[in-house]
Design a protein around this ligand. Structure first.
Ligand code: OXD
Ligand code: MN
Length: 597
């Protein structure tokens, strides 16, 4: 391979400059070829970055273990580095670009000595599509290269496209010492630059994903009048061939991946629906020439949570991850296959756990807590094209038209199974006031409720008040904006038992959403929005008591008035920047709740 296989001057200069800083032994350009991938896999097996798995049973699959304190996104070490603090807003960690570059430079300096620097040209979105953005990631991790080859379009074709387009996001990553005290995930939206150092966890280091496709993209989207969102995209096909697409935002590890590829439940089989998966994590959406909202998934792979994935929760994913998959932090079984808590089949009688220790089921640590075989945030990385429900429109440059936007969170109380906003502005308020219980996908206290507007709190690359304003403005740009809904699969009874079976049965709720999107069914007006007449949810084949249904749709005004306090505190931190429209919606909701009290 040529030393610099590109005429792109800015790219060449930047690669030179970064290699002077990081001082790698050599530079290797990633061309996207199968032969180069095979060489990298072989080297990664030799170096121990990848652990071999049985290639008969799991062809093309490998295992990787991260450092024990490097198993989830570290939001407290993630910064938006803009000249003015106000631009990052009160919900982001902020650092001045000057200080951030200085701090990170000290860690990057010489960090790649006796290592190779890989140059990965990648396109988020189909190469050459008006939706797409190009990035180039420099990394000293073969694991990152192999994952990027799954998650994005990578290699020579991207480089050729870059020569036509010229701009790209400069992404620099080094494992450095994998030291949490020297870990920084820095975004410089004003420089279209990302620097990540000291981590090897996917969400921190696959820079095309959260860093570019959400944080940097959200910043660009505001300037360029589009939306970069933490949303799955799925199509629901009726037997007549007509497909409706939904974009759904849930916080991390709340079931986006499972929903994106659900299999219709037994009771609805006669209706002949078929689900098409466009994406499970990120949606880039634009107003097209027809005045409606169209979406692409910028990624080409899934980076999914393994624990809990089985033939009941997600049969399509079980099929998907049988080949060409990189597993991270799962249990290694003696037969060279893998396992995690909540996987299909028997619990293995022994194995090597995610920390590389001998594991036996039923063992506990000194505090009496069970020792897990897989980390709760163990992951798999796999190409979307492996998925039996992968959409045939993945490569279409204009993406798919969106009929409805759905927000949701994990709430044991409060939010009913589903409700619909009164209009776009109210829908933006519903998204802006979203909250959810924390999961294992982020470092923090599991179960604690945090406000997570549009599921973007960890991913909005600028002041969220401006982001809300941008959402309001996008509504005005559309001839027919999609209706906005909110769902909660996680409501529990007094004993803490889930009231709704979830998973495949969620299609029943999506069916109602689509009927509402096309005004085919009526609804009840409640203080928080429209809710279904329970008889309008098709319950064929699902045995749920009337009492459970009532609880699922009940709206407790007192609880909601309490919730308003949390919303108010959250909104207040944006001071004058918060759009007036959101305060109006807040007041109107308060008035509706009080008048129904
Ligand atoms: C993810 C996340 O990995 O949201 O998708 O953490
Ligand atoms: Mn996510």
């Amino acid at each position: 391979m040529k030393k610099f296989p590109t005429r792109h001057k800015e790219l060449r200069n930047w690669v030179n400059k970064m290699s002077r800083l990081c001082q790698p032994d050599q530079i290797v350009w990633i061309d996207g070829s199968h032969s180069q991938k095979e060489i990298l896999e072989k080297e990664a097996l030799e170096s121990g970055e990848l652990i071999p798995l049985d290639q008969q049973k799991l062809p093309g699959c490998f295992l990787h273990r991260t450092a024990i304190d490097d198993v989830a996104r570290t939001e407290h070490l993630t910064f938006i580095c803009t000249k003015r603090k106000r631009e990052a807003g009160p919900t982001n960690n902020w650092m001045s670009p000057q200080l951030a570059y200085r701090k990170a430079k000290a860690i990057f300096k010489g960090a790649m000595r006796s290592r190779t620097m890989y140059v990965i040209p990648f396109s988020m979105g189909p190469v050459g599509s008006p939706f797409s953005k190009i990035g180039v990631e420099l990394t000293d991790s073969r694991y990152v290269v192999l994952n990027m080859l799954i998650m994005a379009r990578v290699g020579e074709t991207v480089l050729q496209q870059l020569e036509k387009e010229s701009t790209f996001t400069k992404c620099l990553h080094s494992k450095a010492g994998l030291n949490i005290n020297k870990r920084l995930i820095l975004h410089f939206p004003e420089d279209n630059t990302i620097w990540s150092v000291g981590s090897g966890y996917g969400g921190n280091v696959l820079l095309g994903k959260k860093c570019l496709s959400l944080r940097i993209a959200s910043y660009l989207a505001r300037r360029e009048h589009w939306l970069a969102e933490h949303m799955l995209i799925m199509g629901i096909e009726e037997p007549n061939g007509h497909i409706e697409y939904l974009a759904v935002a849930f916080p991390s590890a709340c079931g986006k991946t499972n929903l994106a590829m659900l299999i219709p439940p037994e009771g609805l089989k006669v209706k002949g629906y078929r689900i098409w998966t466009v994406g499970d994590d990120i949606a880039w959406m634009r107003v097209d020439s027809d005045g409606s909202l169209w979406a692409v998934n910028p990624e080409t792979g899934f980076f999914g949570v393994a624990p809990g994935t089985n033939s009941k929760t997600n049969p399509s994913m079980v099929e998907t991850i049988k080949k060409n998959t990189i597993y991270t932090n799962v249990l290694l079984k003696p037969d060279g296959t893998v396992w995690w808590e909540g996987a299909d089949g028997e619990i293995p009688s022994s194995g090597i756990d995610w920390q590389g220790r001998v594991w036996k089921p039923g063992t506990a640590d000194s505090d009496g807590k069970p020792i897990l075989g897989a980390h709760p945030n163990a992951r798999f990385t796999v190409p979307i094209t492996n998925c039996p429900t992968a959409s045939f429109r993945l490569e279409q440059h204009h993406g798919v038209p969106i009929s409805a936007i759905v927000f949701g969170g994990r709430r044991q109380h409060l939010a009913p199974l589903v409700y619909e906003s009164f209009n776009w502005q109210h829908g933006v308020f519903v998204g802006a006031s979203m909250a959810s219980e924390l999961t294992a996908a982020q470092v923090g206290k599991i179960g604690q409720v945090r406000r997570d507007p549009m599921a973007m709190i960890p991913f909005c690359g600028y002041n969220m008040a401006y982001y809300f304003r941008h959402w309001l403005e996008m509504g005005r740009r559309m001839v027919k904006p999609p209706k906005i809904f909110h769902v909660n699969w996680f409501k529990t009874d007094e004993k803490g038992k889930f009231l709704w079976p979830g998973f495949t049965e969620n299609l029943r709720v999506l069916e109602w959403i689509l009927e509402r999107a096309h005004n085919k069914v009526g609804a009840l007006k409640s203080p928080i929005g429209y809710i279904p007449q329970p008889s309008d949810i098709d319950m064929t084949g699902l045995d749920l008591s009337m009492a459970a249904m009532e609880k699922l749709f009940s709206i407790d005004n007192k609880e909601w008035l309490e919730e308003l306090k949390g919303i108010k505190n959250f909104f207040k931190q944006f001071k004058k920047d918060l759009p007036e429209e959101l305060w109006q919606e807040y007041e109107q909701l308060a008035a509706r709740l009080k008048s129904h009290d």
